[in-house]
Design a binder for this molecule. Sequence first.
Ligand SMILES: Cc1cc2nc3c(=O)[nH]c(=O)nc-3n(C[C@H](O)[C@H](O)[C@H](O)COP(=O)(O)O)c2cc1C
Length: 184
Amino acid sequence: MPRILMIVGSLRKQSFNHQLAREIERIIGDRAEVTFLDWGDVPLMNQDIEWPAPEAVQRVRDAVLAADGLWFFSPEYNYQIPGGLKNLLDWLSRPLDEHDRTSPSAIKGKRAAISGVGGRNATAGMRKDLERLFSATGVQIIGGPSLGISLTPEEWSSDVLTPEPGTLGALGAAVDDYLAALER
Ligand SMILES: Cc1cc2nc3c(=O)[nH]c(=O)nc-3n(C[C@H](O)[C@H](O)[C@H](O)COP(=O)(O)O)c2cc1C
C-alpha cells in the first residue's frame, strides 16, 4: 500500500486547505496509507543552527523520506507561496550529510502533487511558485496539472469547504491519476 504524506501550507485550525486535504484523504479511502505532516514547530532557516539538524527538522525529514508520495495543499499569500511553507521546503532541500554537500536532500527525487484553495486567483501564484521550487529541488510532479479551487462567498462566511459535485468529480479524477502515477 503506498504511503502518502499530506503537507498543508496553512497552520490555521479551520484551514480550507486542510479541509481539502481531508476530503482527498476520504476519496483515497483504503487505497493508500495517508498521514499529515506536522511542521508547525520547524524553526526559521538559519545556517548557524543547521548542524546537527534541530529535532523538528529531523522529524519532518524522516516523515518525507518514509513517504512514497507527497501531496501539497496550500493557500497563496500575496499571490505567492506562504512564508512558512517556503521555510519548510528550504530545510527539506538541504543535503542530509553535513560532510558531503553533494549528498541528496530529503525531498530530492520525491513525487508530489499540488493543490490549493483560495480566492478568485484559485492559488495560481502559489502553484506556479511551488512548481519552480520543485524544479529547483528535484521534486517530480505527478498526477497531472495542479488543482486550484476558488472559494464561494458561502464558504468564506461559513469557514466550511463544501465542494460542488463538479469539483468532487475533478478531485476523484485527480486521486485516480495520482495513485496510478505512484504505482508506475
Ligand atoms: C498574508 C495573507 C495574504 C493573502 N493573500 C492572498 C492572495 O494573494 N490570494 C488569495 O486568494 N488569498 C489570499 N489570502 C487569503 C487566503 O486565501 C485565506 O485567508 C485562506 O483562508 C487561507 O487558506 P487557509 O484557509 O487554508 O488557511 C491571504 C491571506 C493572508 C493571511
